[in-house]
Ligand binder design. Structure first.
Ligand code: FAD
Length: 485
């Protein structure tokens, strides 16, 4: 038999591993895993597995008329393949390449060795615009365009080979999830939802994309919201890019759509970096930042992740992402800036916590962005966001803040941005007391901003930072790119 192993590519269209496996007329097993190691991993939470389960259910609905099934098993892939191999002949396993966290990378190394030992062919296919085995970015953009613009092989489900006749014992570890009503609201997984979201974006929502991209409330409507579908592969980045190309033939749409397309390019650019330097999950990409002296402070970490920092926009973002799995780019960057610059905390615990919250957790983008926003690359401009300024500029009418921090509802908008500015008279007037109704700010933002700026700008001049910045530029950026962009 042949096997297609679905790995963060939960779709039936633009799926080269599936298409290739279908060319042979031998029984075909479709399988995906929720791995016990990942169930315990600090990057993941139930919201991710629910999304996967919904994605598989959607696929199975489409497969039902063709008597095929995608099995979702709670099991480690190597256990499953070993068990199967004892009684069945596996000719080949087809999958996409995965640019994942350390533990999935190690799992793939172990499996590759096992497949070789057992003489099972493992046919891996390029995923996204990420090219495996590159040493630098020479020709990468050209390769990216070639991949994105290549024609998509249509998959005719009526030609799916039959599934192998296997004992039900192989499938006893079906993944189940106890779905209580938690009051949490997430985007629902599945190819159908992905296409609905893509249609609604390209048909209508994109018109205000550039205008609302940084607004915490309006970005929820006017950004594409494709990120979880791309992260879990309900739609391929190539399908999105080709839709963009088709839509941009209308000149009126070009400004918004080109703005959007640059993000599609960044998506792969960040994952490519991670593919080429996965150690950035564990340490600063620039060796010169190893001893920056950032702290671990559990009480402060707890204040941040429960949304009780005393900074209304920070608290609103934290509470919102906990409940919905999504906040926009600028708010993500601001949160990391607050945590690492203003609180001067190590980025790792927060990277884990936010990964658990983001329904769209994509290791390559997540770690690349964490490194950049916490200013440890040595090649990017240092950005220290002031959460009060962000609040006044991007949530001027405080609609977003009040949705998530209702305890400030008694105050007029200017004071919602800065509740510590309430005079004793205003506290009486609005029946509001700082420290009782809402926490006092954790830090003096002017002071902490100044400290971070001084240390980080000083660090940029460090010879070790400069030396490694040169290496990073050479390895991860287009030839000729300068420092500080
Ligand atoms: C600290 C931090 C962590 C992040 N972690 C993730 C993550 O785990 N997964 C993830 O998909 N994005 C991550 N991002 C990038 C970005 O915030 C999200 O991709 C975006 O907010 C998703 O919303 P959207 O789909 O509506 O985006 P749109 O603006 O509609 O963009 C379309 C697609 O382009 C890609 N994209 C958009 N912005 C970026 C960017 N700045 N860098 C790279 N790719 C981008 C995404 O795939 C996105 O779905 C992170 C950003 C920061 C600052």
């Amino acid at each position: 038999m042949n096997i297609v192993w679905f790995k963060r590519d939960f779709r039936l269209e633009d799926h080269p591993p599936l298409w290739s496996a279908m060319q042979a007329s031998v029984p075909l097993l479709l399988v995906a895993f929720v791995e016990p190691d990942l169930l315990r991993d600090p990057h993941y939470s139930t919201r991710h597995w629910r999304f996967v389960k919904d994605s598989v259910a959607d696929i199975n609905q489409r497969l039902a008329p063709f008597h095929q099934t995608l099995y979702l098993l709670e099991e480690s892939p190597i256990n499953f393949f070993e068990k199967l191999h004892q009684t069945q002949k596996i000719s080949a396993v087809f999958s996409h390449e995965e640019t994942g966290i350390g533990s999935t990378f190690q799992r793939d190394i172990d499996l590759k060795k096992w497949f070789v030992d057992q003489q099972i062919a493992w046919k891996e296919f390029q995923c996204n615009g990420v090219v495996r085995g590159k040493k630098n970015r020479q020709d990468w953009t050209k390769q990216w365009h070639a991949f994105m613009e290549a024609s998509i092989q249509p998959i005719d489900l009526s030609r799916l080979p039959e599934k192998p006749l296997l004992s039900p014992d192989f499938f006893q570890n079906r993944f189940e999830i106890v779905d209580e009503d938690t009051g949490l609201v997430f985007q629902k997984g599945g190819e159908t939802e992905a296409h609905n979201t893509m249609d609604s974006f390209f048909n209508e929502r994109f018109w205000a994309y550039a205008k609302h991209i940084s607004k915490p409330l309006l970005s929820r409507e006017n950004c594409s919201r494709l990120s979880p579908y791309l992260a879990w592969g309900n739609v391929s980045i190539r399908q999105v890019f080709q839709r963009y190309l088709a839509e941009r033939s209308d000149a009126k749409k070009r400004f918004q759509l080109d703005f959007f397309a640059s993000r599609i390019h960044w998506h792969c650019h960040f994952i490519q970096k991670f593919e080429m330097e996965p150690r950035m999950e564990f340490e600063t990409v620039n060796h010169g930042y190893k001893d920056l002296g950032r702290l671990n402070n559990e009480a402060w970490h707890e204040a941040v992740i429960t949304g009780h920092t005393g900074f209304p926009l920070i608290d609103a973002c934290i509470r919102c992402v906990t409940k919905t799995g999504y906040i926009n780019f600028r708010m993500r960057a601001m949160l990391v800036s607050f945590y690492t610059h203003h609180l001067w905390l190590n980025w790792q615990p927060f990277a884990h916590w936010l990964a658990q919250q983001f329904l769209d957790f994509e290791p390559g983008i997540h770690y690349g962005q964490f490194q950049m926003q916490s200013a440890v690359t040595g090649i990017n401009t240092v950005r220290i966001y002031n959460p009060i300024k962000q609040s006044q500029e991007h949530d001027a009418d405080v609609a977003f803040i009040l949705k998530w921090v209702p305890e400030l509802a008694k105050l007029p908008a200017p004071l919602v941005h800065e509740p510590w500015q309430c005079s004793p008279m205003e506290e009486m007037l609005y029946d509001f007391q700082l420290g009782r109704d809402y926490p006092k700010p954790m830090v003096d933002i002017e002071q902490t901003g100044r400290h971070a700026r001084e240390v980080l700008w000083q660090q940029l001049k460090d010879p070790k930072v400069k030396q490694d910045a040169a290496r990073i530029l050479k390895r991860h950026t287009n030839p000729g790119r300068k420092r500080m962009q």
